[in-house]
Design a protein. Structure first.
Length: 200
């Protein structure tokens, strides 16, 4: 179980938090601190859950590594946003089978953008799609699906979702290629809205 979790951690480190490393536009910045919810979407923090499973040296070390990675990534986000309060928090569910990363900063961020794709490419849907769920925008990856086939939910995965206003930006990113639990943008949007209510 810990070996699987270590693999998860390596995958999270590989994806990092590149979606926030962009030039942000000037906007209202609040100095109020940010504290990640203890649970989000019913899922525990990755620096807490391992010890819930088993309070031994290996699980404590794994939890501490998760805490360190999130803290350092949060510091980098804050630096990129001119010192605005920021946090990065990874959450992981039962037996580490699925996880996601929440990122928040008290600053405005530009909207998400996707590459242009011609509509006459012979596919049922673009490979990259921007979908809006209420106040949340999500970038989706669609599997290559011929025009005559149906794009079913199992062929779509959420890349990242974001909600932003003048003083707060929250993003959620599923971790791992097989994180099917978060293939539905409505599920990810609901978790962002939950975090929004707690952090705004």
């Amino acid at each position: 179980m810990v070996a699987a979790a270590i693999g998860l951690a390596a995958g999270a480190a590989g994806v990092g938090v590149p979606w926030f490393v962009t030039t942000h536009d000037a906007g209202l910045v609040s100095g109020l601190p940010l504290k990640a919810p203890d649970t989000l979407g019913g899922v525990d923090k990755a620096d807490v859950y391992p010890i819930k499973i088993k309070d031994d040296y290996a699980h404590r070390q794994f939890a501490e590594r998760n805490a360190t990675n999130d803290r350092e990534n949060g510091n980098r986000i804050s630096t990129a946003y001119d010192g605005a309060p920021a946090l990065v928090q990874t959450y992981t569910a039962v037996d580490f089978t699925h996880s996601f990363q929440l990122t928040a900063v008290r600053a405005h961020s530009p909207g998400l953008a996707i590459p242009y794709e011609a509509k006459n490419n012979g596919l049922a849907a673009p490979t990259t799609e921007l979908r809006h769920v209420g106040e949340v925008s999500c970038v989706l990856h669609n599997n290559l699906t011929p025009l005559d086939d149906e794009l079913t939910p199992d062929k779509t995965a959420v890349v990242v979702c974001q909600r932003s206003d003048a003083g707060l930006t929250i993003q959620l990113k599923p971790l791992g290629d097989d994180t099917k639990e978060y293939s539905d943008p409505a599920v990810c949007a609901a978790m962002i809205d939950e975090a929004w209510a707690k952090l705004h």
